[in-house]
Design a protein around this ligand. Structure first.
Ligand SMILES: Cc1ncc(COP(=O)(O)O)c(C=O)c1O
Length: 386
């Protein structure tokens, strides 16, 4: 006889399994029979890291003394490589010992920030549409999500007057992400200045999530380039997209030392330092010059043109000027929702495209196509759809 199940903790009733975690299982099931599904959903780069990065990983891993636990704040070479990267590409000076904390991917940093700063009853301002993890980590920390809409008529930028009128009371964190996923919109320096000012006057911790600034974007920008931003802002960054290292789980957070100390109090209870050879290899990856980003972007630019064709065939509308690994597109009037369209294409054509609703209410009429498949695969998807 089966024993009765225990109830889970109430904190997990506010969150569901991550959409892609469930969807990818469904796709794997579908792949057991019939033609494999073409997955244009997730943004996991299919291109490899640089050969030098792999060489360092291999040579370091073959050494006998590199397999032990590592320091919680990462090896000095990695922190220094992050600081050099910020100086070279974002023109931001960071103290590599005190203002940079390496992370096991930037996603874990979201959770650390929520746990280190949010109390039950606090409010976090969350973009809609936006990366679903911002809401999830807020709820897991017992705090409340207050969505701020990003609208096409406002060019997907936050309307700070609207947010002020609709209540910043109790808001402790504002999650921000530019270049924005899923809309591909970039921030301007002026927007970052306004956000920092807003955060200062309302005593809010601003968290900018910045993993897409090197993808289809000529001018990488860090919010920390605003003078004084570091007083009130944390910035997350990652090698997942910029260096084709999503599976390695290497990211970072930069900010004032006191705040990084709060994070490390939580993080050091959750995990231990990353594998030494990976940290050495990541430091190598970060040495890449502008040519590295350009050759990756050449590939994405070509793919993007095919995605535009596919979207034209579906009757969708979109901006051709989007940064990041995706194209965000509005579905035609004849379609009821992005969700129905996505489900229909999956069942009938065996092509998976992300429905916009998973990013929030404002995404209902949108779909998002990833550039992480070779152009030939995107073309094959287009043929299946036609
Ligand atoms: C906006 C945004 N932030 C963070 C992440 C997570 O990145 P990482 O691989 O560094 O955890 C993603 C991944 O898709 C993302 O789209």
């Amino acid at each position: 006889m089966k024993k009765e199940l225990l109830d889970p903790a109430s904190r997990i009733s506010g969150v569901e399994e991550y959409y892609f975690s469930a969807k990818l299982k469904e796709i794997r099931e579908m792949n057991k029979s019939g033609a494999p599904v073409i997955n244009l959903g997730i943004g996991s780069p299919d291109l490899p890291p640089s050969p030098e990065t792999i060489e360092v990983l291999q040579s370091e891993a073959s050494k006998p003394y590199v397999h032990g636990y590592q320091a919680y704040n990462g090896i000095p070479e990695l922190r220094k490589a992050f600081a050099d990267w910020y100086r070279q590409f974002y023109h931001v000076e960071l103290d590599s010992d005190r203002e940079i904390q390496p992370l096991v991917g930037s996603k874990e940093g979201l959770m650390h920030i929520a746990m280190a700063f949010l109390n039950p009853g606090d409010v976090a301002l969350v973009p809609d549409p936006g990366y679903p993890a911002y809401s999830a980590v807020t709820r897991l920390a017992g705090a409340r999500v207050l969505n701020y809409p990003l609208l096409p008529e406002n060019d997907w930028l936050p309307d700070l007057d609207f947010i002020e009128l609709n209540g910043v009371h109790n808001a402790k964190i504002m999650w921000v992400n530019y270049p924005h996923m899923p809309t591909g919109k970039r921030a301007t320096f002026k927007l970052y200045e306004d956000l920092v000012h807003f955060a200062k006057i309302h005593r809010i911790l601003l968290v900018n999530d910045n993993p897409y600034s090197f993808i289809l974007n000529d001018e990488p920008l860090s919010i920390l380039s605003v003078p004084g931003a570091i007083d009130t802002t944390l910035e997350l960054n990652s090698l997942s997209k910029s260096h084709n290292m999503a599976g390695w789980r290497i990211g970072m957070v930069a900010g004032r030392p006191e705040y990084l100390n709060y994070l490390i109090r939580f993080k050091s209870q959750m995990d231990s330092g990353m594998f030494y050879p990976m940290q050495k290899a990541a430091a190598k990856a970060l040495e890449a010059g502008p040519d590295w980003y350009e050759q990756v972007n050449v590939v994405y630019r070509k793919r993007k043109l095919v995605v535009h064709q596919l979207l034209d065939n579906l009757g969708c509308t979109y901006s051709t000027d989007q940064s990041g690994l995706f194209v965000w597109a509005r579905i035609p009037e004849s379609e009821t929702s992005g969700r129905d369209l996505s489900e229909r294409l999956l069942r009938e054509k065996r092509v998976f495209i992300t429905p916009g609703f998973i990013f929030g209410f404002q995404g209902e009429k949108y779909i998002r196509i990833s550039l992480c498949q070779p152009a030939e695969v995107i073309t094959e998807a287009m043929n299946r759809l036609s």
